[in-house]
Design a protein. Structure first.
Length: 660
C-alpha cells in the first residue's frame, strides 16, 4: 500500500475516532474560575398538567366547577378558545362539568348542572347542582380525577366539600372511594345532616384495597337536590405532610436535582393569553375555596391550588432560593400581546412589590401579615425577581425601568433579572437567555459564552432544552445538553444560573415536544435530560481546573474542576459520536490519593434510547470504581456517553492549586 493510501486510511479512521487516542492535560496548578453555586436550578411552569393533576396532590379534577373560566373577553368554539385580539388556544376539556358525571345505579334518574345563582363566594361563582328524581339503588355524582385516582390500601385520604340544600333541608350524603365502575367500594362514610346554606364538610377515608383508576362518589339515598362546590380529596401523606401539599414522589425527584433555585410561575403563563389571563398571584393564596382559577394558555384549567405560598414553601423545603417572575404590564408577546394603559403600569409594579412583601416583609406589613396568617410568619427565601418572560419591545424597556426603580431601593437584597441584555438608560444586573433547538446547535454552543463580556450583566440561561429531532427526549439530545452545560460550567464566572424547561409533563397531556420529568397518577420518571442535569448538579465542582487537549478532538468534550469538600478532581467527558474514543489525561500539579476513581456513566448503544413511564431505567447513570495510573488516566469512552470521573487527590501545600 502506498503511503498516501495509508495516511488517507489513518485520516478517515481518526475522523471517525477509530484507533485515535486524544490527549488532555489537566493542570491543577493553574488558577481556575470559581463555579457558581447557583448554576443549576429548576423552572416550574403550569404546562402539561405539571401542577394540576401532577405535582399538586389534589385528586379531584375541576374541584370548584370553574373549568369554563376562560380569559375575559374570549369565547369558546369547538376545541378552541379565542381572545378578543384573535389569539386561539386549544382547550383540553370537554364540557362545563368536565371531570364529573351523574351516578345512576338500579334505575336511578336525575342530572347534574352547572349553576351560577347563590354562589359559594365571589371567587367561585359556579357550583354544581345534583337533582335526583328517582333514587334507584344508588344515585349521586362521581369524579375520576386526573385520568383516574390513585388509592393506596391503608393510606388516609382527606375529603372536604362545600354543600347546600334547598331551605333547611338536611340530607345524608354517602362519600366513597371506589373502583372505576363503582362495583367495588374501598372506603365509605355517611355524612349525616348535610344541608342548609353553604357549609364545609370533612372526613377521612382509608381504602381497603389499592386502585390507580379509582373514583370518588357522593351519593344521596332519596330524590332530592344538593349543591356542591370545592370538592377536594388529598392523600394525607404529601411531601412533608403539608396540607394542600405536593406529591412526595415527585418532590423527591426535584430534591435529587439539588436545585439552587426554583423559578416560578413560568414561562409564557406569566403573560397569559391576555392581561386578565396573566398569573395573578393574589388569586393563588389563602383558603382554597377563596382562590380564583383560570383556564391557562396551555389549554386546561388551573385552580391555583399550587399557588404563590405553596411555591415559596417548596423552595424552603428544598433549601433552594425562590426566583419569581412578575408580569411586566402586558400579556405574552408570542400571543398577540395586550398592553395595559401607560397610566396603569404602576398597578403592575405594585402587584410585584406586594408579592415581594408577601415573601419577605415583616409580619406587621400588609402582605407580610397575610403570609403569617397563612401559617408562615418567617420570611421565605426569595432572592430573585424577573421582570416578564420572553417579553420584548419598546414598552418592555420602558416598563422594566419603572419596575427596577421601584424594587431596587426597597429590596436591595433581591436580584432583578431582565429579559434584555441591556436597557437604554436602565440597569441590567442579570439577563435571561433562552435556548431550544437541535442537538447540533447545543453541541455548537459549547464555546458560546467563552468570549462573553465579563463586565456585562450576569447571564441566566432561564430556559433550555434540546427539542428538535430527539424523539420525546432521547440520549442524543441529553448528551448535547451535557456538552452545553459543560460550556456553561466553564464560563460560570459570567453564566451563573441555568434551568431546563419545561420541568414536567403528564403522560396524558403533553403540549411541549420534550420535557424533563414525566408522570401519571402513581409513578414518576426522569428523561435522559433529567439524569444529565442531576449528574451535573451532583458533581458541580467549586473551581474549574485548566484542561487542554493536545490535538483537535472530534466528538469528545471535556472539562474538569475541583471539589474542595471532598478533595476530588471532577472530570466530565462527553462522547457525542457513534464510535468509542480513547483518551489519556495527564495531570499536573497534584498527586492522586489512590489507584481508583469513581466513574458515573450515562450511556446506551442506541442514541435514540429513551426512558418512559413503563421503562424508566433504559438510560440511567451507572456508578463503578475504575483503575487509574499514578498521575494519568487512560480510558475508552463508549459511543454516546457522558462520563464523570471523581479522583481523590492528596492535599498538600505544594500539590494544591493556588486557589484551592
Ligand atoms: O418552556 C415552554 C415555553 O417556552 C415557555 O412557556 C416559554 O417561555 C418558552 O417559549
Amino acid at each position: 500500500m502506498n503511503k498516501h493510501i495509508i495516511s488517507a486510511i489513518l485520516l478517515i479512521c481518526s475522523a471517525f475516532g477509530i484507533f485515535a487516542q486524544s490527549t488532555f492535560t489537566i493542570d491543577a496548578s493553574q488558577t481556575g474560575i470559581a463555579i457558581s453555586p447557583r448554576l443549576y436550578g429548576i423552572f416550574f411552569e403550569e404546562i402539561n398538567h405539571a401542577g394540576e393533576g401532577g405535582l399538586y396532590a389534589e385528586m379531584v379534577q375541576n374541584r370548584d366547577f370553574e373549568i369554563t373560566s376562560i380569559p375575559a373577553g374570549s369565547n369558546m368554539g369547538g376545541n378552541l378558545v379565542r381572545t378578543k385580539d384573535g389569539w386561539q388556544e386549544r382547550k383540553v376539556f370537554g364540557n362545563e362539568l368536565h371531570g364529573w358525571s351523574f351516578l345512576s345505579e338500579g334505575g336511578a334518574a336525575g342530572d347534574i348542572r352547572l349553576q351560577h345563582d347563590h354562589p359559594l363566594n365571589g371567587k367561585n361563582p359556579a357550583s354544581m347542582r345534583l337533582i335526583v328524581t328517582k333514587a334507584g339503588s344508588r344515585s349521586g355524582v362521581y369524579n375520576s380525577g386526573f385520568w383516574g385516582m390513585n388509592f393506596m390500601q391503608g393510606e388516609t385520604y382527606n375529603l372536604a366539600f362545600y354543600a347546600r340544600t334547598s331551605g333547611n333541608k338536611k340530607l345524608d350524603v354517602t362519600v366513597s372511594l371506589e373502583s372505576p365502575n363503582g362495583n367495588r367500594i374501598y372506603a365509605e362514610k355517611k355524612m349525616a345532616k348535610v344541608g342548609g346554606d353553604w357549609q364545609k364538610y370533612e372526613c377521612q377515608l382509608v381504602p381497603t384495597a389499592s386502585d390507580n383508576l379509582g373514583r370518588l362518589a357522593l351519593t344521596i339515598s332519596q330524590p332530592d337536590t344538593l349543591w356542591l362546590d370545592v370538592v377536594s380529596l388529598f392523600p394525607q401523606k404529601t411531601y412533608m405532610n403539608r396540607p394542600n401539599g405536593l406529591r412526595a414522589d415527585i418532590v423527591q425527584m426535584l430534591a435529587g436535582l439539588k436545585p439552587a433555585f426554583v423559578r416560578f410561575p413560568g414561562g409564557a403563563i406569566v403573560g397569559g393569553m391576555n392581561l386578565d389571563n396573566r398569573i395573578q398571584w393574589k388569586n393563588s393564596i389563602g383558603d382554597i375555596s377563596q382562590r380564583k382559577g383560570t383556564m391557562n394558555l396551555w389549554g386546561y384549567y388551573t385552580t391555583n391550588g399550587l399557588g404563590y405560598h405553596e411555591y415559596l414553601q417548596l423552595c424552603e423545603d428544598l433549601k433552594a432560593d425562590a426566583l419569581w417572575v412578575c408580569n411586566p404590564g402586558f400579556s405574552d408577546n408570542y400571543r398577540k400581546a395586550q398592553y395595559c394603559k401607560p397610566e396603569e403600569v404602576q398597578l403592575y409594579v405594585q402587584e410585584a412589590l406586594d408579592a415581594l412583601e408577601y415573601a419577605l416583609g415583616p409580619v406587621d406589613s400588609e402582605w407580610g401579615a397575610k403570609r403569617a396568617a397563612n401559617g408562615h410568619p418567617v420570611p421565605f427565601p426569595l432572592k430573585y425577581i424577573e421582570i416578564g418572560n420572553e417579553a420584548s419591545g419598546e414598552v418592555y424597556r420602558t416598563n422594566y425601568k419603572l419596575f427596577y426603580d421601584a424594587i431596587r431601593p426597597k429590596y436591595p437584597q433581591v436580584k432583578i433579572i431582565s429579559n434584555y441584555r441591556s436597557i437604554p438608560g436602565g440597569v441590567v444586573e442579570i439577563r435571561d437567555d433562552h435556548k431550544y433547538g437541535s442537538p447540533e446547535s447545543f453541541i455548537k454552543a459549547f464555546n458560546q459564552y467563552d468570549n462573553a463580556d465579563r463586565k456585562g450583566p450576569e447571564i441566566y440561561v432561564g430556559e433550555y432544552g434540546c427539542t428538535d429531532g430527539v424523539g420525546q427526549g432521547n440520549l442524543k439530545g441529553a448528551l448535547a445538553e451535557a456538552v452545553y452545560l459543560m460550556g456553561l460550567e466553564k464560563n460560570s464566572n459570567i453564566v451563573t444560573m441555568s434551568s431546563y424547561a419545561p420541568l414536567f409533563f403528564h403522560v396524558n397531556d403533553n403540549a411541549w415536544p420534550v420535557n424533563m420529568i414525566g408522570f401519571d397518577n402513581q409513578s414518576v420518571f426522569g428523561r435522559t435530560s433529567y439524569w444529565v442535569n442531576r449528574m451535573m448538579a451532583e458533581n458541580r465542582p467549586d473551581f474549574l481546573v485548566n484542561t487542554q487537549s493536545a490535538d483537535s478532538v472530534k466528538n469528545l468534550f471535556c472539562i474538569s474542576g475541583y471539589d474542595k469538600t471532598t478533595d476530588e478532581i471532577i472530570l466530565k467527558v462527553v462522547n457525542t459520536g457513534a464510535q468509542s474514543q480513547k483518551a489519556a489525561f495527564h495531570f499536573k500539579g497534584i498527586r492522586f490519593a489512590g489507584q481508583t476513581a469513581t466513574s458515573i456513566t450515562l450511556t446506551h448503544a442506541d442514541c435514540t434510547a429513551e426512558n418512559s413511564l413503563f421503562n424508566p431505567n433504559v438510560v440511567i447513570p451507572q456508578k463503578s470504581q475504575v483503575s487509574i495510573g499514578k498521575a494519568n488516566i487512560e480510558r475508552e469512552f463508549s459511543p454516546w456517553s457522558f462520563t464523570i470521573l471523581r479522583v481523590k487527590i492528596v492535599k498538600s501545600k505544594t500539590d494544591k492549586p493556588t486557589n484551592i
